[in-house]
Every structure is written in structure tokens, then in C-alpha cells.
Design a protein around this ligand. Sequence first.
Ligand code: GLU
Length: 467
Amino acid sequence: MTQKPVVTRFAPSPTGALHIGGARTALFNWLYARGRGGKFLLRIEDTDKARSTDENTQAILDGLTWLGLDWDGEPFSQAANAERHIQVAHQMLADGTAYKCFATQDEIEAFREEARANKTSTLYRSPWRDVAEADHPDLPYVVRVKAPREGATTLSDEVQGDVTWQNEQLDDMILLRSDGSPVYMLAVVVDDHDMGVTHVIRGDDHLANAFRQNLIYTAMGWDKPILAHVPLIFGPDGKKLSKRHGATGAAEYQALGYPAAGMRNYLTRLGWSHGDDEFFTDAQAREWFDLDGIGKSPARFDTKKLENLCGQHIAISDNAALLHEIEAFRTATDATAFTVSQRDGLLAAMDSLKERSKTFPELLVKAHFVLTSRPITPDEKAANSLDIVHKGILNELTPQLQTVSWSRDELEGIVAALAEAHDTKLGKLAGPLRAALAGRAVSPSVFDMMLVLGRDETIARIKDACG
Ligand code: GLU
């Protein structure tokens, strides 16, 4: 038997922006499909008209795009498929797996009150379940599924294992409301079936829904997808991740300047493991990702780990690609675009900038020396290191810089000799030199800066500062 090609989906409700939990769900689905030559589909679950907005949909698409999670084909709109959802409910009516229920709200409430008084289950048991069509009144009705009332249902979940529910805990849930509109639970199943979804990977807050959705698959005789309900993400204090813990939206992480590759690596590790591997590339993640590696207990969000991985990804990035991503970050945060000479400077300095930078803002602080131009205004800290004594020493350097061959070894050599001549250490000259070249206390090494700036600019900056 040939295996069906894998089809996964991410099905966000556009009632808010893309949060970290949703981004991780999308990422798991994307990795699972991409690692198996499958399809990753996107379905916008926009049936809650009051709370769904186009802005939220756009924010979700933007968040996925930033993370590099490309979906196959156009995004599906769940609301646009309502006719098909209704058609399936009618099919179930015709098949006898669903029925029309004419109970009024008052009758349902009376049922519940009595159940509460008798301490029996408040799950509504409609008296219309077995009433023949001929005996139906000409009144508004809802369509309910005929759920089994005895026995138990076991769903096997790739993460949770076998999960069993007593069927008496299932109610005859509504499929079509009295205005004929389909409910969300029906829409999800019909869409997953019609889209050919083979694997449903989502948050474990949907595990209970899986039992209700299972009724519809059974009623329609449809193939059931493989289920994987992933534990939610917790904050460092072991409570469900929320605003209290800091940034929770994907866009917030983008605005904080985390590189997408580092974010993908971190989110992949958040609740999934492959031995002891912490740092990996996209290609490795695609190759390694599987459902077995998903942990059963909630993972805790750890900003330090995220930053550590982001730093490693920045360090191995291709320089031109990195600049491109930094420019996208600037656009996303409404910062001014770089000039041509700033871009050139960044590219020339990138090897030294990308070492030990965990975020783009951190990298850009170090990049100040190529982003600024003469005359450089030193900040307070830098200005303080340029005292009269050190200005004097640096002034002695400029004639030597005119003739030295412009290599790291030679430059280190003359600065070390200068330090020795003044009975001081090379490290003691680095501060004032850094202040003259960058106007800042944070920058790449002075020799890296000199090599990037070149002879004329280096000498000019020292003369500006010490002249
Ligand atoms: N729309 C649901 C949500 O945003 C997801 C439903 C599903 O994955 O089945 O939580």
C-alpha cells in the first residue's frame, strides 16, 4: 500500500494577531509537511464574524511570512465554505446520523435545572432524537448529531497516547443553528476532510474538541486524520504563557530584532527534542522533526535560550542575507532606510558585527562606526576616555598610520609599540582609540574597525578627535 502524501494545516482564528503558541503550531505543521514532501495548508477560521478582522488575518499572514513558513496555495476562508458545511449536515440528517431538535431555550433550561436538582448530568438529552419526520412540528429547529450514549471512545494521539472518553459525556452537539448556520466544530471537520488533511497537529486545548469532531467523521464514514495534540507553552513560572511574561506576539519578537532562523530553531526546540541537539539549521530541523519527539509536558519559554540560539544563527548567516534581514527589520520597525554608503559599510564590517550579537539592535549598536560619518560626536562615555593625555598619545599614531602596511598584524604591531613607549598596555589605548573611531564605547575591535574604515578615514577620525 502506498502511503498517502502528508497534508498538514494551520488553522488560526483571526480574532487576534499571531502569538508565539500559534507560531509554534504553524511551525510544527510546516516542518512535518516540508520534511516529507507534503503540503502545508493555511485555513483562516473566520466564522466568528464579530471577532474576526481583516487586519488580524493580515497580521497572521505577515507573522508567518516573517518566520519563513510558506504555505501551499491560497489561504482558505472557512466562512466562505459555509454552504458545504450545511450540505454535510443535511447529508447527516438524510443518513439518520443527525436529527432535527425543536426544543426551545426554555425547555433546555428547564431540563438543566431539573438535572441540577436531581444531581444528574446536565448534558442535554433531546426528546426529538428518535421522533419520526412525520411527527415534526412546523417550528424552528437546530440540527444535532446523534452521539453514542453508551460505551467509550478511544482516540489515539501521537503525543498524548490513547485517550479514552466515556460516551455518556458526549452530548448531541448542535451542527446547524436555528438560523441554519453551521457551527465551528462542523466546519473544522468538513474543511479538514475536503482539504485532504492527513495530520492534525495543534494545541492540546483542542483535545476535547477532537472527541466531538470524531462523531462527524464517524457519521460521514470519512478517514480520520492522525492526531497530535501538543502541550501549550508555559512561562518561566510554569503558568500558561501570557502577556504577564512579556512579549507573546510573533510581531513583537520581530520588532525586538530576533532573526527568523533563530526564532524557528528556538520554537522548534520548544516542546520537541532530538537528542541533546539545541542548535540546528532549517535543513536539519526538516529532516529530524517528527511527532515522536514532541514532549508530553508543557515547555517553558526561556528568553536566554532564545537569545543564545539567535546569536548563533546571526553568526553563521551569510552577510548579504543578514543585511537583507536587518533592512526588513528596519522597515518593520519604521526606522529610516540605510543609505548606499551605510549599506556598503555594514557589508564591509559584517564579519566583525555578527560575532556575539544576539539581536539586530545589538548588532546595530556595534555598527555605529559605519553608520555615522565625520565629524563624529562621541557619546559621554567615549568622550570621557579621550582625555588630554590619550589625545597626545593618539596624535603620535597618525604619522605611523600614514606609512604602515594596512594589515591587522602591522596595525597591532604599531599600536602595541606605542603603548610600550608610553609604559602602558595596548588595552589602555583601545578605549580612546575606540572613542575616536566610533564615538562609542561599544564597537568591534579597534583593528577590525581600522581595516573596515581604511587608512584615510581612520587617520581623519583620529585627527578630528585629537587635533
Ligand atoms: N482555530 C483554532 C484556533 O485558532 C484551531 C482549530 C484547529 O486547529 O483545529 O485555536
